[in-house]
Design a protein around this ligand. Structure first.
Ligand SMILES: Cc1cc2nc3c(=O)[nH]c(=O)nc-3n(C[C@H](O)[C@H](O)[C@H](O)COP(=O)(O)O)c2cc1C
Length: 57
């Protein structure tokens, strides 16, 4: 069942990934069923495919 809130993640791309502190923050989020998440990233041109790894976190 969907929750009544949504989480937005925004961070910069670095080295076809993102910074370690961003990964640490994402991984520190509590597990939750039904919380929707959206993400935006800023970048110079190529992210290397960040959506999958973030989704799998
Ligand atoms: C150490 C470092 C690594 C970066 N690696 C990438 C990268 O792999 N791909 C990319 O598209 N942009 C990369 N960038 C660019 C940043 O994502 C970009 O500077 C940041 O999103 C902020 O945008 P702005 O420079 O337009 O303000 C990198 C920037 C830095 C400082």
């Amino acid at each position: 069942m969907p929750s009544d809130h949504i989480i937005g993640l925004g961070f910069p791309i670095a080295e076809l990934s993102t910074y370690e502190f961003v990964w640490k923050f994402i991984k520190s989020l509590p597990l939750s069923e039904g919380t929707e998440i959206f993400m935006v990233d800023t970048l110079a041109g190529f992210s290397g495919g960040i959506v999958g790894p973030v989704r799998d976190c």
